[in-house]
Design a protein around this ligand. Structure first.
Ligand SMILES: Cc1cc2nc3c(=O)[nH]c(=O)nc-3n(C[C@H](O)[C@H](O)[C@H](O)COP(=O)(O)OP(=O)(O)OC[C@H]3O[C@@H](n4cnc5c(N)ncnc54)[C@H](O)[C@@H]3O)c2cc1C
Length: 413
């Protein structure tokens, strides 16, 4: 096999971004995906390039708050009883990740990757003439009353320390200047102007995939069952027989650890399942992304309509979806945005690929230096896709990556 050939498993936003970046740098790239382009998590995200979201989920003290959330089976965080035992080892690592020193390290690493990804995204947009698919409208985090707002101030100081721009709004009138039509229970807000959204995450991934194909890239629909070392290369086992590869990238989202396992690598990847309902154009005049942090969901503008989504369900890859979660979020949204037209919504559930410390895995397999892992971006896969692509390309080219990939090493657990 030629040394400048790369095979990527996974055509989600991460795999497609890597494919395009490697192709731009002169590699011949083939992408394998069992379900086509962006048919899993990358299809239904909120479409946010959430560069201001630098605080990991495992914050100090979170394990004291979590049991209260878990008492409500349809609350923002849930663990279906059928999955409670299976998720326990991951939860233990999550708890360790919330220890102050580890949290501080993860915070710095998340901030670095988000910052780098925002500049990489601008290069990616230019590369594919992607500006028409972007919405540069910022984001507003909403608070119900002074007490909730005050409780958030510490986290805004953390963001300030990492250079995130924001403005605090302290009355419903100030909020209405940016977003009219909100229930007056929201008395305070924080607006992050540098936040961006795509008009539709599926269309964005398809746009990148189209550019990749037009420039000679190949996308093949096939399931990869296992990776095996063979001579100085690899065989990718598929239902149609083995495919040979000299260099492999695993970007298979929430399923990536299964492939890593076939090489002998154990990586503590889990899924945080999320839900949403997408309402058609005209449902509400949404002018910025709205984040209802206390309720664990957001409202974002998708194709001129509104997507109401969020929730974290630690329920693994096999249990059937519980669309009551999507209904609950939509009901709440209708209270918070009294003129929201909730008719004709389309429900969806997706699998966020999540590591216990909220950081992705970006780095070579400890058992095979020519297999690069790029997965586990959790809530930030779209946000960090362009940055991840540049880091992976640097690793494959043998160049020093623009930011150190040590915090994202597959061996860190
Ligand atoms: C409700 C919700 C809202 C979200 N909102 C945002 C947001 O606003 N901003 C943000 O940055 N992130 C958001 N996320 C997270 C984001 O969607 C994910 O982090 C991101 O899509 C992960 O991309 P990926 O390419 O790694 O995985 P995926 O999109 O899941 O792609 C993985 C691909 O690998 C393929 N695959 C898997 N196994 C195999 C195999 N064995 N053989 C062949 N193919 C295989 C799958 O078919 C799939 O196409 C959200 C997630 C959810 C659920």
């Amino acid at each position: 096999m030629e040394q400048n050939h790369v095979t990527i498993v996974g055509a989600g936003i991460v795999g497609i971004s890597i494919a395009l970046e490697l192709q731009t740098q002169g590699f011949k790239v083939r992408v394998l995906d069992r379900s086509g382009v962006a048919n899993e998590a990358s299809a239904g995200s909120a479409g946010a390039f959430a560069f201001a979201d630098i605080v990991p989920l495992a914050t100090p003290g979170i394990m004291l708050k979590a049991p209260k959330w878990l008492l409500d089976p349809l609350g923002p965080l849930s663990v279906p009883p059928a999955y409670a035992v299976k998720i326990a080892p991951w939860m233990l690592r999550f708890w360790r990740a919330s220890w102050r020193d580890r949290y501080q390290a993860a915070l710095a690493a998340q901030s670095t990757l988000n910052g780098f990804s925002s500049t990489a995204l601008e290069r990616q947009i230019k590369n594919v003439d992607g500006e028409p698919l972007m919405q540069r409208d910022g984001q507003m985090q909403l608070y119900e009353g002074e007490q909730e707002f005050r409780a958030s101030l510490k986290s805004w100081e953390v963001r300030r320390a990492f250079g995130i721009a924001f403005e605090h709004l302290k009355s419903p009138e100030e909020i209405a200047e940016i977003q009219p039509g909100l229930d007056p229970r929201f008395t305070h807000a924080a607006f992050t102007p540098d936040w961006m959204n795509t008009i539709d995450p599926r269309s964005w991934a398809e746009h990148l995939a189209q550019a990749f194909k037009t420039r000679g890239g190949e996308i093949e629909r096939v399931e990869v069952l296992a990776l095996e070392q063979s001579g100085d290369g690899f065989e990718l086992m598929t239902p149609n027989g083995p495919l040979k590869a000299s260099q492999v990238v695993v970007a298979a989202g929430a399923w990536s650890h299964h492939l890593a396992r076939t090489l002998g690598d154990r990586i503590p990847l889990e899924t945080e399942r999320g839900y949403n309902t997408t309402l058609p154009a005209g449902a509400f005049d949404l002018r910025t992304q709205l984040t209802f942090g206390g309720h664990g969901f957001v409202a974002s503008r998708i194709n001129g309509g509104v997507r109401i989504g969020g929730a974290v369900e630690l329920g693994g890859l096999k249990l059937p979806p519980n669309f009551k979660r999507a209904e609950i979020l939509l009901k709440k949204a209708a209270q918070f945005l009294p003129t929201l037209n909730t008719a004709d919504g389309k429900q969806w559930m997706g699998f966020r690929p999540s590591m216990p410390d909220s950081l992705p895995v970006i780095g070579a397999s400890p058992r095979a230096s020519k297999v690069i892992y790029a997965f586990g971006h959790g809530h930030l896969g779209l946000t960090q896709s362009a940055g991840t692509a540049e880091l992976v390309a640097a690793l494959i080219c043998g160049k020093t990556p623009a930011v150190s990939t040590a915090p994202y090493a597959p061996t860190r657990f």
